[in-house]
Design a protein around this ligand. Structure first.
Ligand SMILES: [Ca+2]
Ligand SMILES: [Ca+2]
Length: 251
């Protein structure tokens, strides 16, 4: 603070004539005083300007309040963003294989336009992390609209939104009052008895296949619907074996 104040012209600090012209006061925020050439500013007025400026800086640092921030979220199962959100990039839902105990557990939205550090890497098979695309397991798992997508490969879109935050709520298709629904869908992940676990995805209710999807059953990472198990989960409100919803909300 001391260093910052030292950069302020002495004329401003002692309340004498200031040189800022009125035409340079565009975009002044509420609480700021625009001084004309040759006028004498009081210390209180100058200090009020600094206070207003600091508050504005603080608002920007906090994401600009409830409506001024910018956040991102991933829309799983779609190549595009909902109305009101901007596409940052799109690609392929990827993770380690459903039957590999190692690798990564996180779910990646892998870009469709990769670049590589050519010259420092090898196309030989050294293994390490083995990354796979994601297939819908649509037949035999209870969700009718996913049947045509069986074995097809899942896309994703990373979306930009003017909001303070986004939130995925498992178990519902509704956002809390005062929140905006980005998309709704089904909670999907690895099957309960497979040897690897992967991050859950809220897959769009109108899921689609990737433009480069193969109909072949290549497995890799797999998306199964999620069912409620009563007992440790209370029923009601949940229902035994009923597929669970999810929703992504912003505010
Ligand atoms: Ca496939
Ligand atoms: Ca079921």
């Amino acid at each position: 603070m001391k260093k910052w104040l030292s950069a302020v012209p002495l004329s401003l600090m002692i309340g004498v004539s200031v040189q800022a012209a009125g035409e340079n006061c565009d975009n002044f925020v509420a609480g700021m005083t625009c001084f004309e050439n040759g006028t004498t500013a009081k210390a209180d007025e100058v200090n009020a300007n600094f206070k207003a400026l600091l508050e504005k800086i603080s608002q920007i640092g906090n994401g600009g309040g409830s409506t001024g921030g910018i956040v991102s979220y991933t829309r799983w199962g779609r190549n595009s963003c909902p109305d009101g959100a901007e596409l940052i990039y799109k690609g392929f839902a990827a993770s380690s294989a459903h039957n590999h105990g190692g690798g990564i557990s996180s779910l990646l939205c892998l870009t469709e336009t990769p670049t590589f550090d050519v010259g420092n890497i090898s196309d030989g098979n050294q293994n390490g992390v083995r990354l796979y695309g994601t297939e819908y397991q649509g037949i035999g798992y209870g969700i009718e609209s996913l049947i045509p997508l069986n074995n097809k490969d899942a896309p994703c879109a990373v979306c930009l939104k003017q909001a303070a935050l986004t939130l995925m709520i498992p178990g519902t298709m509704d956002c809390p009052t005062g929140w905006h629904k980005e998309y709704e869908g089904y909670l999907m992940g690895t099957k309960y008895n497979q040897s690897s676990t992967h991050e859950v995805a809220c897959v769009d209710i109108n899921a689609e296949e990737s433009p480069l999807s193969s109909d072949a059953n290549n497995n890799g990472n797999l998306w199964y619907p999620t069912e409620a198990e009563c007992g440790s989960l209370p029923c009601s409100p949940y229902v035994q074996d009923r597929e669970l919803s999810c929703v992504v909300c912003s505010k």
